[in-house]
Ligand binder design. Sequence first.
Ligand code: THU
Length: 137
Amino acid sequence: MDKYLCEELMERAVKARLFAYVPYSNFRVGAALLAKNGKIYEGCNIENAAFSPTNCAERTAFFKAVSEGERDFEAIAIVGGDNPPGTYCPPCGVCRQVMLEFCDPANFLVILGNNKKDYKTFLLKDLMPFSFRKENL
Ligand code: THU
């Protein structure tokens, strides 16, 4: 993917992280999801006193997009916590499974980073090999 688009997604994820509702963990996560039509959906993590209803930033972004009719996605940038340079916040297994529902694992790009200049890209298929998908039903 174009470097400038990656950087823009990173910036949008950093911005989304500001809205994280994290009174229990204080661990802020932001995500910026790029649809194939060019629209970007931002998401943050939203925690809950009962803990399990907590929604990760990535799923917030996906559910916002899907609930507005979006079905085709190209990439997601994720920024979480305060990582040492070169280390990142990897998406949890539940969020990887949600990505697999809507994205082509061989092409969907997961961009993990801390800021516009410090990020790394992965293909979804490498983050979740041998996964369970609609083809398995
Ligand atoms: N979290 C995310 O938002 N995304 C991830 O990929 C990892 C975890 C959130 C959930 C919870 O609010 C906090 O980070 C600590 O687990």
